[in-house]
Design a protein. Sequence first.
Length: 124
Amino acid sequence: MKMTRSAPPLLLDPLPLSRLIDEPYRNLSLATVNDHEIRMSVMTEPFRWHRHPDSDETFYGVDGELIVQFVDREVVVQPGQFVTVPAGTLHCTRPAGKRSVNLTFERAGAATVFESPPDAAPDR
């Protein structure tokens, strides 16, 4: 039996990595785990209304506060907290302050459908 060595795992720390980003919005793929992708989102401005028909999406707070807005309510995700948006649920995100950093977990290649909520003002 021949044994092969794999490369050692790569250690990532999203907070220092996020400090290298100065764009108003950046969504960066960090890793793939089985059939899911881990992305880091750095934002100083809102991301528009959308849904993912075929994948749940989990937001994990790293720095700052992230507001996840739904048609009927909103949730504030603080560092160390997470919330899962069920597949097909219309939502949008924005930083609560000047900047937020979060990790998102969703099925790799998940479809994103942009649309406005019914009877709502245009995207912020």
